[in-house]
Design a protein around this ligand. Structure first.
Ligand SMILES: O=P(O)(O)OC[C@H]1O[C@](O)(CO)[C@@H](O)[C@@H]1O
Length: 462
């Protein structure tokens, strides 16, 4: 088993006064889970992410594009936001940590470096363009809808800079679009100009798209083993075929978090990897969990847990104070990596200083693992729900497995919370107000609503 979830510290037996999830609550939830499982797995046609791990045609099309660009570029610049950036960022951080970018092209196996612009802060974009040689840069423009304002604005700026650097015609050879096969502005441009384009299948939502070309192409370009990524995810799907919570890890995760929230008020759900390469996985998870589950039920009731990213051991000196003594409204899910015990030997020095001498002979791998176990135990001792997800190693297989685990858990949780996990109506109003202020055609109604809002009141300004 490459992935395991120890949830002892979520359960009443491990927490003071038995104030955790009871065995009966878990048993009761198994019926609801069986229904959620049946519902989700019956929707393969609608939920394309379920079959991405075995979509060989999409994988091969993606690898072919990666192959066509081989040797032509030193850098890849990815433009995207939300699900069109967080997955690639998480994969890059996990499997191509920052030091990789400083290696020579040979040491990188000839693979280009990956830069991601996932915001429209002009300073970041200017600084990124200033340091890239655009004549040796491939630009990936990723947008499921093909029209997201931030990504389109980035595209216009970068396309202009590319045209200046290499000429209008050659600029097309520096672009790859990843978008819906039919709709959206990117698709229109691609058709008109013959720009190489990979599809995000229409039935794959942005935040569930990391195992589509959205994550696969950037990963393949920087030499990540895409087949291993998909194999890890496929393994999760095989194990999740059964609705038995004893073997369905994503189901168990979803059920535990749902009970913790709805029956125990633990609505803030922390994901805390004890591994630097997994820092950005927590940010990817935040979008998945928040945008999928935080919404109105059909009867108008607002529901949904609040995901919170953290990283160990760093946050032991920051947020853990809050987790230990703040409101009893949290769960913490740690992610640990096995087999690090011998990594990072701590040398013997200052043997006469007890505050340092006890570290001699230990390793950093031991230290980080012990600190995780200590924190889990300390939280449990104070009635704080926590669970530990362990992986064997940080590699493409385990990243694929982790990502599919969380994606599937999100789909199950959507059914348990009785919401549609695959839309995001709550982001529309803000977008429409922005369109109205930018003068986009068709936003007259949003303009009227915006104009009718109370304006800043000088009495409430300091
Ligand atoms: O890939 P797109 O269509 O540009 O969307 C980017 C992001 O915007 C959202 O649609 C909502 O803000 C996210 O769900 C999505 O990941």
């Amino acid at each position: 088993m490459s992935l395991s979830l120890d949830f002892t510290n979520m359960m009443g037996a491990a927490l003071p006064h038995g104030a955790g999830i009871t065995a009966a609550q878990l048993t009761d939830a198994s019926d609801a889970f069986a229904k959620a499982h049946a519902h989700v797995h019956a929707m393969q046609a609608e939920l394309g992410f379920l079959t991405l791990p075995v979509n060989e045609a999409l994988r091969d099309a993606t690898l072919a594009v990666a192959e066509q660009t081989r040797g032509r570029f030193d850098d890849v610049l990815l433009l995207g936001i939300g699900g069109s950036a967080l997955g690639p960022i998480a994969l890059r951080t996990a499997l191509r940590p920052p030091a990789w970018n400083t290696l020579s092209a040979d040491a990188r196996g000839g693979h280009p470096r990956l830069h991601v612009l996932d915001n429209v802060d002009p300073a970041t974009i200017a600084a990124t363009l200033a340091r890239l040689d655009l004549s040796r840069t491939l630009v990936l423009v990723i947008s499921k809808s093909g029209g997201t304002v931030e990504t389109m604005a980035q595209y216009l700026i970068v396309r202009e800079a590319l045209a200046r650097a290499v000429g209008e015609d050659a600029a097309r050879q520096h672009l790859v679009f990843i978008t819906d096969p039919e709709v959206g502005a990117l698709r229109k441009i691609a058709r008109a100009e013959g720009i190489t384009t990979l599809e995000v299948p229409p039935n794959v939502g942005g935040r569930f798209s990391v195992l589509s070309p959205v994550g696969m192409l950037p990963a393949a370009l920087i030499g990540i083993d895409v087949k291993a990524l998909l194999a890890g995810a496929a393994d999760v799907m095989t194990r999740a075929a059964s609705a038995d919570l004893a073997t369905n890890l994503p189901g168990t995760f979803a059920v535990l978090q749902h009970i913790a929230d709805t029956a125990h008020g633990r609505s803030v759900q922390v994901l805390m990897p004890y591994a630097d390469p997994l820092r950005d996985l927590a940010l990817w998870f935040v979008q998945l969990w928040a945008e999928s589950l935080g919404k109105l039920r059909s009867d108008g009731t607002p529901v949904g847990p609040t995901p919170l990213p953290a990283v160990g051991a760093t946050d032991q000196h920051s947020q853990v104070q809050l987790f230990m003594e703040g409101p009893l409204d949290k769960t913490v899910t740690f992610i640990t990596v096995k087999g690090r015990e011998r990594d990072g030997m701590i040398p013997t020095r200052h043997a006469d200083i007890p505050e340092l001498s006890y570290l001699a002979g230990h390793t950093l791998g031991e230290l980080i693992d012990i600190e995780q176990r200590a924190t889990a135990g300390a939280l449990a001792a104070r009635g704080r729900f926590n669970a530990t997800l362990a992986i064997d190693t940080v590699d493409a297989f385990h990243l694929g497995a982790l990502m599919q685990t969380f994606a599937l858990a999100t789909a199950y949780a959507g059914v348990l919370y009785e919401v549609n996990a695959f839309n995001q109506p709550g982001v529309e109003l803000g977008k429409n107000f922005a369109y109205a202020m930018l003068g986009r055609a068709g936003s007259e109604q949003a303009r009227a609503e915006w104009d009718a809002l109370p304006k800043p009141d000088p009495r409430y300004r300091v």
